[in-house]
Design a protein around this ligand. Sequence first.
Ligand SMILES: NC(=O)c1ccc[n+]([C@@H]2O[C@H](COP(=O)([O-])OP(=O)(O)OC[C@H]3O[C@@H](n4cnc5c(N)ncnc54)[C@H](O)[C@@H]3O)[C@@H](O)[C@H]2O)c1
Length: 265
Amino acid sequence: MTDATQAGADRPRTVLVTGGGRGIGLGVVQQFLSEGCRVAVIEKDLERADPGFADLVAQDHRLWAMSGDLNSPADREAFVSGAQERFGRIDVLVNNAGVAPRVRRDLLEVDEESWDFVLGTNLKANFFLTQQVARVMTDQDIVDGVRGYIVNYGSLNSYVIATDRVEYAVSKAGVAMLTRTFARRLAPDRVYVYEVRPGVIDTPMTQVVHEKYTRMIEKEDAFPIARWGQPSDVALAISGLVGGAFLYSTGEVINVDGGFHLRKL
Ligand SMILES: NC(=O)c1ccc[n+]([C@@H]2O[C@H](COP(=O)([O-])OP(=O)(O)OC[C@H]3O[C@@H](n4cnc5c(N)ncnc54)[C@H](O)[C@@H]3O)[C@@H](O)[C@H]2O)c1
């Protein structure tokens, strides 16, 4: 590790996005490409990715996409080393990929397969990919005061109880502690770690509950900013977090939830 501070002017940044083939992840990919960054994506399910993603991969040489499963240590390794080989330095890791339970079940009916599926992706893979990238970042030079940024995803379910998807809520509550712990450990290295906490965002993940959430938005006054969130809402928040404006802040949570967390009686 060297302490040299390099000038960062005009150097395209490299951003790693997990699960960037659709939904919020695709919004993040589009945002960073529009800012002139180079983007690397690992995506488990390229067949169910948004058609627009394949177009981007075909058209934009700054985007590299790898088919792979974050639950596989070999795939995680191939993703990080592949991005390094192509682009060199890793400036930002966006731990976007996440899964909901395949079936929503009451707490008393949840089985071990669902528990392992959800916590495996949302918490374990998140932890070990972050660990791997943090090792790379802490070895990089400081550029514009920063060695790297890591962004994790929480959820309303980081703090709202859901008896029909406890495994999801526990995984997202766990992500909050991952964020705080990595932030504390990596602050002296100038690697900044943040959590975005999306509300209800219009993506393939939320299609199964679209009617329920539309009702909550339109009739039940749960969201002070009364509309569905869009992937671009989350992408813009992440862009702001890693843009150099918060260099005396780490471990912070930014709610991207239409004000849902502002509860009133
Ligand atoms: N949509 C919402 O309302 C909402 C709210 C709060 C938090 N979130 C979080 O935002 C993130 C993105 O959600 P989304 O709504 O865009 O979901 P999505 O299901 O639409 O997209 C998730 C992407 O991650 C990929 N993925 C999943 N597991 C993977 C693995 N093991 N390896 C590689 N890729 C994998 C999927 O193939 C998919 O392309 C998730 O972490 C989710 O928990 C979403």
